[in-house]
Design a protein around this ligand. Structure first.
Ligand SMILES: CC(C)(COP(=O)(O)OP(=O)(O)OC[C@H]1O[C@@H](n2cnc3c(N)ncnc32)[C@H](O)[C@@H]1OP(=O)(O)O)[C@@H](O)C(=O)NCCC(=O)NCCS
Length: 287
């Protein structure tokens, strides 16, 4: 295994991990991964300024880090967070879908599928420490974890795909359904609703509110501590049995799901909708 500790930003490591933490191999530019050797808790930090939009390379970095944790027998849990002070993740990088290059967009979607399968189906427990806005793919990543602590009250979270004229695939829906009831999921998805921290807590989209990132990490660690005396194999099999239908659907239908996405994203009406959304982002008030 490569030792990438020298490539991980020292300031970031210091902020998220105590002295006994060891940097693990990961794409150090876009993803920081460290593990506390004493507790076995890993911290995976998305690090693609300005907003952690999920492009192919960030997804590849996440996938590699998740695999590393899966292979690390010392890992007792993982906290997913962001190095940005205000954004957890802005979701899928719209530039990957706008006027897409055929090979790249295929790799992009396939890697997103892979990351979801790895995260939703991880054998170790997972918590999202949501330290900023978390729309769309950001919300998906946090919903794929088992527990969500979100800094409030100023940030928002939700699957807002319909607002961009795109459709959240079945496994995005399954992820939300794993957290909140069907009725709330239908309303949230069809309206593309973004929830305030308080609203998200009220419907169970998040589990706890934190005052700042340090508080979110502390709460995440406390949640992971619940498993200290639980047999890891019993825990893992319980989780995977509960999540099996959703995982199995994507495992069996990766090609179909990819083809649906490709034919959808290449439609002129979708491209024009993405173009308008991008323009609105660039021209929004305050810029
Ligand atoms: C996440 C968000 C709340 C952060 O707001 P913010 O801190 O004020 O940051 P900005 O909106 O200024 O974004 C910073 C830059 O990232 C770009 N950006 C933001 N989200 C992006 C995305 N999902 N994909 C690609 N670029 C994105 C912006 O266009 C902007 O680019 P510019 O600096 O060239 O103008 C806001 O960027 C946002 O709502 N993004 C869109 C989220 C979304 O709908 N995602 C769905 C993807 S399917």
């Amino acid at each position: 295994m490569m030792n990438l500790s020298s490539r991980i930003r020292p300031s970031l490591l210091k902020a998220v991990a105590p002295a006994c933490a060891r940097a693990m191999s990961a794409d150090a530019k876009l993803v920081d991964l460290s593990i506390n050797e004493k507790t076995g808790i890993a911290t995976l930090t998305m690090n693609r300024p300005p907003v952690n939009s999920l492009n192919l390379e960030l997804l590849q970095g996440l996938s590699k880090a998740l695999q590393e944790l899966e292979d690390n027998r010392k890992c007792r849990g993982m906290i997913l967070t962001s190095s940005s002070p205000t954004v957890f993740s802005a979701g899928l990088d719209i530039m990957e879908m706008y006027k897409p290059k055929p090979d790249r967009v295929k790799a992009f979607w396939s890697t997103l599928q892979e990351v979801w399968l790895q995260l939703f189906g991880s054998s170790y427990p997972t918590v999202a420490a949501i330290n900023g806005h978390s729309p769309a793919g950001g919300c998906l990543l946090s919903l794929s974890c088992e527990y969500r602590v979100m800094v409030g009250p100023q940030y928002t979270i939700g699957l807002n795909e319909t607002k961009l004229g795109i459709v959240a695939p079945k496994w995005f829906m399954s992820s939300m359904l794993a957290a909140i009831p069907y009725r709330q999921t239908e309303l949230a998805l069809t309206t593309g609703r973004m929830f305030s921290t308080e609203e998200a807590l009220k419907i169970g989209l998040i589990d706890e509110v934190a005052t700042d990132k340090a508080d979110a990490i502390a709460k995440a660690e406390k949640f992971l501590g619940l498993f200290a005396k639980i047999h890891p194999v019993a825990r893992k099999l319980t989780k995977l049995n509960l999540r099996n239908d959703a995982l199995d659907w994507l495992q069996q239908n990766r090609e179909l799901d990819l083809n649906i996405f490709l034919s959808f994203v290449n439609q002129p009406i979708v491209q024009s909708s993405l173009e308008k959304y991008l323009e609105a982002l660039k021209n929004k008030q305050g810029k």
